[in-house]
Design a protein around this ligand. Structure first.
Ligand code: NOJ
Ligand code: CA
Length: 566
């Protein structure tokens, strides 16, 4: 008992002493031997939509700074801000025309420095988005590259002759609905773009490109940035021989035949580049998060390398599973068995919001709390998406003429694009949900009257109140940070139950993924508890008296979290 208190007190002491600072940072591990990013709650901010400080209808850096107290109160330890660099905004910032500046619509470098220093005062670290695969076609590098076949930077991008008149170099297709090659009549060659034509792929086989990109990370590390989320890492390298991708049965969402993208995705060279990028990150004790779309746990594992690639490759597979206890349990168990540190997300700016994705139209609020009780109590690092904590719904465009995201225009009506999950953060029940005094760049839904920070802060039963409690519990219950994941009642098709078990305590999590009331029975003798007793810490649509572990009752989508004692 004595040792247990001592260990935990030490952890608190370390946490209290922590201060992020610019430049080279001291590698710190806490008393559990974990690094800060293992027990941090990350939060994705889409800057266009978070808070608008100057009334132009587009969020900005000063807007983010004005909401840091909210983020601190929520329990956020690090924010990942999606691109705010100069950009023609074809892909809303993922088409960068200068990696070392701020687009005037978002503010200035001084605003950025203030954001970092105000965040630091609140113990919040700042992570940037690094668009590694491509630049904007307005970037000075591409303008030079395009200027002639002998330009200094011609080889910074991927230029090739066509196979013949009007025939691109191979059969690769862009994920955004067009061929992946664009012909340039001036130099009579094609350039390659995995995303929009306005996003030409960089040639990472050219050492000068790699050096320039690594220097970009140094520029931001020296400004106090704590790490990067790496965009589209899968697509960094292409087959030098440009072999055709083999066709696959079926069609994509734009009606084109599917192909096995074996020659333009996940090439082995990606891992070597990540190892070199990691060395630069290590000089600054920075963290690398990856946008890693993988088909199985083995592929995801590969992105950790030998602990020398990404710290936090995102598990995006969870977002593609059906809402079912069986599917979720199997997935979590395979990820946990892999032993690397998992990174969980249920939502981001490219994926339908979980409130709409999982909601059944009746129990949406309970389902939102259930998902929070689930992914925020697993062994691993969670990355939240703004607005998820207040139950923001997807607000899809109703008419093609309202669509802002180009893929929604190309693919309408089957593919409506990503506007729906990017609408303004809902701060209050006033005009435009308090996001802007002007006209918001995307519309605020009717539901913002009820689902907003101001209203939910006053309601102890709100989704926001629940999120705050789970996050607080993560910080006060050592088992949730360091404990092993121990699955219970594994054949239950409705209820996922598990322990987070550590030498400093044990937490029981019980989650009903069905509409039917449930009364699961637990026998923890195999887990080393001769006569387990439980004390409730947090619940929704559930009840259980403190004491013997036999009468936990869950209503539809109920959550029960308790502390287990012998
Ligand atoms: C992934 C980003 O999350 C998405 O928004 C963007 O369109 C593509 N990468 C291309 O940069
Ligand atoms: Ca590429």
């Amino acid at each position: 008992m004595k040792i247990r208190i001592h260990g935990w007190a030490m952890a608190l002491l370390f946490a209290a002493c922590w201060t992020p600072f610019a430049g080279a940072q001291m590698r710190e591990k806490d008393a559990r031997g974990q690094e800060w990013w293992q027990h941090a709650v990350f939060y994705e901010v889409y800057p266009r939509s978070f808070a608008d400080s100057n009334g132009d209808g587009i969020g900005d850096l000063n807007g983010i700074t004005s909401k840091l107290d909210y983020l601190k109160d929520l329990g956020v330890d690090a924010i990942w801000i999606t691109p705010f660099f100069p950009s023609p905004q074809v892909d809303f910032g993922y088409d960068v025309s200068d990696y070392e500046n701020i687009d005037p619509m978002y503010g200035t470098l001084e605003d950025f420095d203030r954001l970092v220093s105000e965040a630091k005062k609140r113990g919040i670290r700042v992570i940037l988005d690094f668009v590694v695969n491509h630049t904007s076609d307005h970037h000075a590098w591409f303008l030079d590259s395009k200027s002639s076949k002998t330009a200094a930077k011609r080889d910074w991008y991927i230029w090739r002759d066509g196979k013949g008149p009007d025939q691109p170099p191979n059969n690769w297709i862009s994920t955004f609905g067009s061929p992946a090659w664009k012909y340039d009549p001036a130099t009579k060659q094609y350039y390659y773009h995995y995303f929009y034509p306005e996003q030409p792929d960089l040639n990472w086989r050219n050492p000068a490109v790699e050096k320039a990109m690594f220097d970009v990370t140094r520029f931001w590390y020296q400004r106090g940035v704590a790490g990067f989320r790496l965009d589209a890492v899968d697509t960094l390298y292409e087959d030098p021989n440009l072999r055709d991708n083999p066709p696959l049965p079926g069609k994509d969402k734009f009606g084109r035949p599917l192909q096995d993208e074996r020659y333009n995705k996940k090439l082995p060279e990606v891992h070597q580049a990540l190892q070199r990028l990691r060395k630069v990150a290590d000089e600054y004790d920075a963290v690398l998060i990856g946008e890693t779309w993988t088909k199985d746990v083995k592929q995801l594992e590969a992105y950790h390398g030998e602990g020398n690639e990404l710290h936090l490759p995102m598990d995006l597979m969870l977002t593609e599973l059906p809402f079912s206890a069986k599917a979720f349990r199997a997935h979590i168990q395979s990820l946990d068995a892999a032993k690397s540190w998992p990174t969980y997300v249920i939502s981001n700016h490219d994926i339908r919001r979980p409130y709409s994705r999982y909601g059944d139209g009746v129990h949406n609020d309970d389902i939102a709390k259930l998902m929070a009780g689930f992914y925020l109590t697993l062994r691993g690092t969670p990355i939240m998406y703004y607005g998820e904590e207040i139950g923001m719904e997807n607000n899809d465009p109703k008419r093609k003429e309202d669509v802002k995201d180009p893929i929604g225009v190309i693919g309408w009506p089957e593919e409506k694009g990503r506007d729906g999950e990017r609408t303004p953060m809902q701060w209050d029940s006033g005009p435009n949900a308090g996001f802007t005094t002007g006209k918001p760049w995307l519309p605020v839904p009717e539901s913002a009257k009820k689902y907003n920070v101001e209203a939910e802060n006053k309601d102890p039963q709100s989704i926001l109140a629940f999120y705050k409690q789970v996050i607080r519990m993560r910080k006060t219950e050592p088992a949730l940070l360091e404990g092993a994941y121990v699955p219970l009642n594994e054949s239950d098709v409705n209820v996922i139950s598990y322990l987070r078990k550590s030498k400093n305590g044990t937490i029981l999590v019980v989650l009903n993924f069905s509409t039917a009331p449930q009364n699961p029975v637990f026998d923890l003798r195999k887990q080393g508890f001769a006569s387990a007793e439980v004390k409730g810490l947090l619940q929704n649509a559930a009840s259980a008296p403190d004491g013997a572990l036999k009468s936990i009752k869950l209503d539809a989508y109920g959550v029960y979290i308790g502390r287990v004692n012998d």
